[in-house]
Design a protein around this ligand. Structure first.
Ligand code: C2E
Ligand code: CA
Ligand code: CA
Length: 509
């Protein structure tokens, strides 16, 4: 049987071809779509990655920027801290040296003058020792502030250490202007400081040197200013002194003396000597005033006028007084106990009194030696007593409450003695030598002396006439009612306390 093979018709073939083509096209399209999708996916991921990278880069950049700023600020702070005095906030010694060199270099270029001022506080050690470090710090801060307020923009104010400050001033020649500026700085610093509701005196000395002609080296300028400061300190402190040729030799001489005086104080060569006070009614020496004497190893004996200023300038007055007093109290104690000595009178300097030395040291020394307060008299001059009477009264009260008695020294020499008598209570007045002496020759002086004696008697204050040199002076004073007398006529100061008290006048100094 013949099988009939049906051949596809041309239409079918065509349709089949179309179908296959369509299938291929469909696959290709889908593959393309898939490829596109993949591509899109990849490029999206790439985009994201790019974004992330960019963000990372930006973040990094910011962090680098921040870090740089941080480092710059830290470096600036470190630099500022390294150049700033931590207590006062002004330039320190390092910054001072840099700025002095810069100012001098500038001045050389512009030929303008430069002044260097060194400012040193007087008796700052006493403030620290007697009023405490908080008071000392407050004083240093106030001084830094006061100096900064007075200088002109561009000038440098620095603390060189301790209580020493410096000002580098540009455009200041060796003329009146420089002097005026120094005086302005001085006046600004020397204002009382109120600390814990009490007023503390603030004093300074200033040395000034000029870089004139310009071209002077910083070290030399500093050396010159130092010499001027030294001279100011020794001219009695509280002074302004300019450097000038000739100062060096003078200062070297003083420096030598200071070296010797320092050694003298530390080696205990400053001794208590005693000048007796006589009761002219009984003729007996009843009490003594302690006076400082420098006893050199070769036997020479020097008076306070020759060394007291240097001791004070060296800040050794407290040490000197305490060494002397320990000896004097030990020597006097048996005589007080036996009734042979009424009291030991001691001189307290104005600065020592104002910084509270007496209130601090005397009880300590009394405790060490067993010396009774009732046998101790503190002699003060009117310059020791500040204007603020309430404060002075309080300071005196601390002493008098403990039983110590107070004498107003050199009465008749100052200007305000009478108002002091009105406002304060003293146990003794020490009639100045000028009044005791003049009573003999001058009727006016005699009248004044007699009135003072009458007034003192009304006030219940004992008077001791000082510096009595002749029999007649002594007689006139006694006749006017002043029996307690002291002076070369009666006895000179001497080393031995027993000898000073014995009636026979022993030659002394
Ligand atoms: P001052 O307290 O007025 O002492 C009296 C001074 O007059 C003493 O001088 C004494 O030696 C002297 N003098 C006594 N009688 C006569 C006299 O008849 N004629 C003359 N021309 N002078 C007489 P000195 O010892 O040289 O003391 C001078 C000053 O030094 C004292 O004056 C006192 O202010 C101070 N001073 C002395 N010793 C000390 C001390 O231990 N501490 C303190 N802070 N100052 C002292
Ligand atoms: Ca005296
Ligand atoms: Ca006196």
């Amino acid at each position: 049987m013949n099988q009939v093979i049906e051949l596809p018709q041309p239409d079918d073939l065509q349709a089949e071809r179309v179908r296959r083509l369509e299938g291929r096209l469909d696959r290709e399209r889908r593959a393309r779509i898939e490829a596109e999708r993949l591509l899109e996916e990849k490029s999206l991921a790439l985009y994201d990655a790019n974004l992330a990278l960019a963000a990372l880069a930006a973040g990094l950049e910011q962090r680098v920027k921040d870090r740089t700023q941080e480092l710059t600020a830290a470096r600036q702070l470190a630099l500022t801290q390294a150049e700033t005095d931590a207590l006062t906030g002004i330039a320190n010694r390092g910054a001072f040296t840099r700025r002095l060199n810069e100012t001098l270099a500038n001045a050389e270029a512009t030929t303008e003058g430069v002044a260097l001022l060194l400012i040193d506080l007087d008796d700052f050690k006493s403030v620290n020792d007697n009023l405490g470090h908080a008071a000392g710090d407050a004083m240093l801060i106030a001084v830094a502030q006061r100096l900064s307020e007075v200088v002109r923009p561009g000038d440098t104010v620095a603390r060189l250490g301790g209580d020493e400050f410096a000002v580098v001033a540009h455009g200041v020649g060796f003329d009146q202007h420089g002097q005026q500026m120094a005086q302005r700085l001085h006046d600004a610093v020397c204002q009382p400081l109120i600390f814990e509701r009490r007023s503390i005196g603030c004093q300074c000395s200033i040395g000034i040197a000029h870089a004139d002609p310009v071209g002077i080296h910083a070290d030399l300028l500093l050396g010159n200013a130092d010499l001027a400061l030294y001279a100011a300190k020794h001219a009695g402190r509280g002074r302004v002194c300019s450097f000038e040729a000739g100062l060096r030799a003078e200062v070297e001489k003083k420096a030598r003396l200071e070296g010797e005086v320092r050694h003298a104080v530390l080696a205990d060569q400053i001794e208590p000597w005693y000048q007796p006070i006589r009761d002219c009614r009984s003729g007996r020496f009843t009490s003594v005033e302690m006076l400082a004497r420098w006893h050199l190893p070769d036997g020479e004996v020097r008076s306070p006028g020759e060394f007291l200023g240097a001791v004070e300038a060296l800040g050794l007055l407290d040490t000197m007084m305490e060494n002397m007093l320990r000896r004097a109290m030990s020597e006097a104690l048996p005589l007080v106990n036996s009734g042979a000595l009424g009291y030991l009178s001691i001189n307290v300097s104005p600065t020592q009194f104002n910084y509270g030395w007496a209130q601090n040291a005397l009880p300590r020394l009394q405790a060490q030696t067993g010396f009774p307060a009732h046998a101790l008299v503190v002699e003060l001059t009117e310059t020791a007593l500040l204007d603020d009477i309430a404060i002075v009264r309080g300071m005196l009260g601390v002493l008098t409450d403990s039983g110590i008695r107070i004498a107003l020294d050199d009465f008749g020499m100052g200007y305000s003695n009478f108002s002091l008598l009105r406002q304060l209570r003293f146990n003794f007045l020490k009639l100045d030598r000028s009044l005791s002496n003049d009573i003999e020759t001058d009727a006016h002086s005699r009248a004044v002396t007699e009135c003072v004696l009458a007034l003192a008697s009304r006030l219940g204050v004992d008077v001791i006439a000082e510096g009595v040199e002749t029999q007649r002076q002594s007689d006139l004073l006694l006749a006017a009612g002043c029996s307690a007398q002291q002076g070369f006529f009666h006895a000179r100061p001497q080393r031995d306390l027993r000898a000073a008290l014995s009636a026979g006048v022993v030659p002394g100094r």
